[in-house]
Ligand binder design. Structure first.
Ligand code: ADP
Length: 567
């Protein structure tokens, strides 16, 4: 999930950056395009200007012709009309016609046609008024007779005295220009100051307006009949920022140029699709390159990561091994330290016990002697005179015996003996206690002798202790059973004492062998038995293990090395 959100974040960043980049590129290409289109618009403007200028001198030249002056002076242009047609053909003009001062056309190059101008008056046209006043008239209009749009240029015709006697007019349709634009594939509009589109690469744009006409403007146009009965409806034209324009809902890049003489404006509209496509292609290229680089880097990184992981794996294994070794060493050290502490405590206890047993031994013996002497004197049976007192003496004697046992230094009397016999001897020693508490002893002995080397007496001491503890543990139980198994396993001899007693309640041998750790009441136990037993086992390169028995009760195992004879 986290991984995906990170991926999405990165994708979002790429999309945002690409979009920003795309916009910047479109703007950059647009600026470039604007610069180019402005140049092209200026070029178109100059083409139109040239085409119009070419006509300017034509009326003046024709006005100088004698035949023209004569026709006006005679008031008859029928002879002139064919000449005017020749002029028109050679000058590549649509029509040439001559008007007298009333505006009446007396000669025209289109004489004899249905649309002939002869007999028509065009005095309402500005070009007529301009020429009559001695100037040169220029006017773009839809022909009042032909209905064809064209550019009218006029000049006054003067007589020899210089007086104005008429007006000569040359009309040229500019279709050839707009046809050329259609082929250029660009959208071009040429508008007059009233924003009426005079020329357009697309016919549908012609005689539409870029802005709705004001009423005075519409009235003046109607007066000059400039655009015939064209409704002059506004185009859907909106100029935006950044040199953009929207025409009929499509966005274009806009470039303008002026045709100063005419006060016309050329609008060149460039399609944005090409620019957008170019920007899109650049982005696609850059993204493809970027992805290539990312894939290469990722591959390189993951290779390095794999290498690093492999290395760190090796380091981890090495470290884990080191830690394990260190832990093992620490635990060994702790065991050794605990052992040492216990051994030194036991040694101190041994010294203490030696002096206590020595000091107490004498008075206890004296008390027993006094009691026995009294019994002898009164002829009473043993322990009958003062049973409480003799019981207390027994108890004191018992404690002292335990302490003495503890104080006894190990006798270096080592020989090979059968562990089964040592256990028999120990069982013999506790037989009284067993029968007193009604305990059943079960022996599972190995078939053959189980030979160990060491001090048999000391081992018996350990086994007595284990059996006594077992008897104590089962004494309150319904099932009072002690099982002793003597055998060897894994090249070691063992004696396993299992009882049906209270169990160890999870306590380990380490806890149990702590000196003075006892759950027994005062006088019954001193908590030294297992401490001494463990010490004896250790002296003979053996151990004692303790655990709760499988069903109930406890299980103590004394392990000793098998003697060489046995093997
Ligand atoms: P003591 O017998 O004087 O208490 P030990 O060192 O022999 O001293 O035993 C220490 C303690 O271990 C006992 O007090 C007893 O709580 C526990 N223990 C020893 N053997 C057994 C056993 N067979 N079942 C249950 N608890 C035992």
């Amino acid at each position: 999930m986290k991984h995906y959100s990170k991926l999405l974040q990165r994708l979002a960043v790429i999309v945002v950056v690409s979009a920003g980049f795309y916009v910047a590129l479109v703007q950059y290409f647009s600026r470039q395009e604007v610069w180019q289109t402005e140049n092209r618009a200026a070029f178109f403007a100059s083409t139109i200007d040239d085409a119009l200028r070419r006509l300017w001198h034509l009326p003046f030249v024709i006005s100088q012709n004698e035949a023209v002056v004569e026709a006006l002076q005679n008031g008859n242009g029928s002879a002139l009309s064919p000449r005017l047609r020749e002029f028109a053909l050679s000058a590549d003009a649509d029509h040439i016609f001559l008007m007298d001062l009333t505006g009446n056309t007396i000669a025209a190059s289109n004489f004899g046609t249905a649309d002939s101008f002869i007999g028509n008056s065009y005095m309402f046209r500005p070009y007529f008024r301009d020429a009559v006043l001695g100037g040169t008239g220029q006017f773009f209009a839809i022909g009042a007779t032909t209905g064809e749009p064209g550019y009218f240029v006029s000049a006054p015709v003067r007589d020899n005295a210089g007086g104005i006697i008429g007006v000569i007019v040359v009309k040229t349709g500019l279709d050839s220009l707009s046809r050329a634009w259609q082929n250029s594939g660009e959208r071009i509009l040429v508008s007059n100051p009233d924003t009426v589109v005079l020329l357009a690469s697309d016919n549908v744009d012609q005689f539409r307006t870029l802005q709705p006409l004001t009423d005075p403007a519409r009235q003046s146009l109607e007066k000059a009949q400039q655009f015939g009965d064209q409704p002059l409806l506004p185009l859907d034209w909106q100029v935006g920022g950044n040199g953009r324009v929207t025409l009929d809902g499509a966005e274009y890049l806009l470039a303008e140029a002026q045709i100063k003489q005419q006060d016309w404006t050329v609008y060149l509209l460039s399609d944005l699709t090409g620019i957008r496509l170019r920007a899109g292609l650049v982005i696609a290229g850059v993204l493809a390159a970027l992805f290539g680089v990312i894939i290469a880097i990722t591959g390189f990184r993951s290779a390095r990561l794999r290498e690093a992981l492999w290395k760190s794996d090796a380091d981890r294994v090495r470290l884990t091994r080191e830690i394990e070794v260190r832990r093992a060493a620490e635990s060994d050290l702790k065991v050794a330290k605990d052992g040492l502490e216990r051994a030194s405590r036991l040694a101190a206890l041994g010294q203490l016990s030696a002096s206590i047993t020595h000091e107490l031994g004498q008075p206890i013996s004296a008390m027993r002697n006094y009691l026995t002497a009294e019994e002898i004197a009164t002829d009473a049976p043993p322990n009958s005179l003062n049973p409480q007192l003799s019981g207390l003496v027994d108890r004191m004697q018992n404690i002292n015996n335990q302490l003495r046992f503890f104080a006894t230094p190990g006798v270096e009397d080592s020989r090979v003996f059968d562990l089964r016999r040592a256990n028999d001897a120990a069982a013999e020693l506790v037989a009284h206690g067993m029968s007193a508490t009604n305990v059943t002893l079960i022996r599972h002995y190995a078939q053959g002798a189980v030979h160990v080397a060491g001090n048999q007496q000391r081992i018996e001491q350990v086994l007595v202790n284990l059996l006594r503890n077992a008897i104590d543990a089962v004494s309150g139980q319904a099932l009072r059973q002690i099982t002793v198994e003597v055998d060897c396993s894994d090249r070691r001899a063992f004696v396993r004492v299992t009882d049906t007693g209270t169990g160890l309640e999870g306590r380990s041998m380490d806890n149990l062998q702590e000196p003075f750790m006892t759950t027994k009441s005062s006088g019954v136990g001193m908590g030294l038995g297992l401490a001494i037993s463990a010490q004896i086992a250790k002296d003979m390169n053996g151990t004692i293990e303790a655990q709760d028995a499988r069903h109930s009760g406890a299980e103590f195992t004394l392990w000793l090395p098998l003697s060489e004879e046995h093997q």
